[in-house]
Design a binder for this molecule. Structure first.
Ligand code: 13P
Length: 249
């Protein structure tokens, strides 16, 4: 059975005191589902949140990393640095990184290699823009994003990869892909994986949906057979909403 995962991407939100408030609110919540729960704070608060959840079933993960081990890359953070504070999982390829920080498929392939070389787990994000969907090009775009960043890997690497389909037009917009649109795309992604690596790999990789997942739509989206969880933005900043989504499984 595939892992069910609900991950909160806090993006560039919450300073140190605000982060402490969110930690306290999250600690007061009760999980009734068996989904793996993760939160991704900003770099400055990673260690604080990691320490806070050490004895909780909440994994603290990073939003990004650089591909180099160390060196003259002002402002960047390496896998080794993340690992040294206990972080084992990193989000790569988020559409905001692609759009605002010019992260290309080629760069992402290097980051993927660096994370795997450091025994890290990856939540690899991709997704089409509205124009791609309107021109019925969404599957081709997603297929290309996955192939360029991941298909140089061997099958064994997929033990450490979680995929996150996040249609750009649904992120932070309040507009969600319908459960059917999410299911269709997730099935397509799984077929793409199966064609390259076989059914065993394809059926073992968790595929998360992200884009305006809220307490009122999570259950229906998560009920789809190829949707193995969610990557949550805005709603992850509120402990009640986040745990309603975690418990939607
Ligand atoms: P929203 O849930 O705010 O749409 O953000 C989704 C997302 O980008 C998670 O990485």
């Amino acid at each position: 059975m595939r892992k069910q995962i609900v991950a909160g991407n806090w993006k560039m939100n919450n300073d140190l005191p605000e982060t402490q408030l969110l930690i306290d609110a999250l600690k007061a919540k009760k999980q009734t589902s068996t989904a793996e729960v993760m939160v991704a704070p900003t770099f400055t608060n990673l260690y604080q949140v990691f320490e806070a959840f050490k004895t909780y079933a909440v994994e603290v993960i990073a939003q990004n990393m650089h591909f180099a081990e160390n060196g003259a890359y002002t402002g960047e953070i390496s896998a080794k640095m993340l690992k040294s504070i206990g972080i084992e999982t990193v989000i790569l390829g988020h559409s905001e990184r692609r759009a605002y920080f010019n992260e290309t498929d080629e760069l992402l392939a290097k980051k993927v290699d660096a994370a795997l070389a450091n025994d890290m787990r990856i939540i690899f994000c991709f997704g089409e823009e509205l124009a791609d969907r309107k021109s019925n090009n969404h599957e081709a775009v997603v297929e290309s994003q996955i192939k360029k960043a991941l298909f140089h890997l061997d099958a064994a690497a997929f033990k450490n990869i979680v995929l996150a389909y996040e249609p750009v037009w649904a992120i932070g917009t309040g507009e969600t892909a319908s459960p059917e649109q999410a299911q269709d795309m997730h099935a397509f992604i799984r077929k793409t994986l199966a064609n390259q690596y076989g059914d065993d790999v394809a059926n073992s990789v968790s595929i998360l949906y992200g884009g305006s997942v809220k307490p009122n739509n999570a259950k229906e989206i998560f009920s789809k057979p190829d949707v193995d969880g969610g990557l949550i933005g805005g709603a992850a900043l509120n402990a009640d909403d986040f745990f309603d989504i975690v418990n939607a499984f």
